[in-house]
Ligand binder design. Structure first.
Ligand code: ASC
Length: 150
């Protein structure tokens, strides 16, 4: 019983002492997670784009719902670009890890633009949505151009 207790304690202590970045068991898990977050974000961003580009009728309620999801998801991928997650099933360029300040700024820009998009969508005004959608799309593209392989 004593042995079990000390093993348990050791396990707990070692869990507590891992750095905050190490939220994934394996690099592949981090890669899958960030791709999933980006994929789901793109799906909801695309629904807003269809409205912003007048491919589907503007629906204020749907716009607000989609923008809220985009804002929430915009925060998620970045913790999954930790050390060691540069190799594997990924189009991430090495510059993500060699130009970390620039990558951080790119992700911060998206998070800020997604928050603005959510504010704009909640106004129920299509012109506001169009503007905020365009601004947010630029932040997606800036990072893809700099940090994603084709
Ligand atoms: C999208 C999507 C992206 C961005 C980007 C904007 O709808 O999936 O990755 O917009 O294409 O330039």
């Amino acid at each position: 019983m004593k042995l079990l207790a000390s093993l348990t304690l050791a396990a707990v202590v070692s869990t507590l002492s891992v750095p905050a970045m190490a939220q994934f068991q394996k690099p592949e898990d981090a890669i899958k997670y960030r791709k999933a977050a980006l994929t789901v974000m793109a799906a909801h961003f695309g629904r807003l784009g269809a409205m912003a580009n007048e491919k589907v009728p503007f629906d204020a309620k749907a716009a607000a719902e989609n923008a809220a999801i985009v804002e929430e998801l915009s925060r998620l991928p970045w913790a999954a670009f930790g050390p060691g997650t540069d190799k594997g099933e990924t189009r991430a360029k090495p510059e993500i890890w060699t130009e970390q300040a620039k990558f951080k700024k790119g992700s911060d820009d998206l998070v800020a633009a997604a928050a603005q998009l959510n504010v704009a969508a909640k106004t129920g005004n299509l012109d506001n949505l169009k503007k905020a959608f365009g601004d947010a799309g630029k932040t997606c593209k800036a990072c893809h151009d700099a940090f994603r392989k084709d």
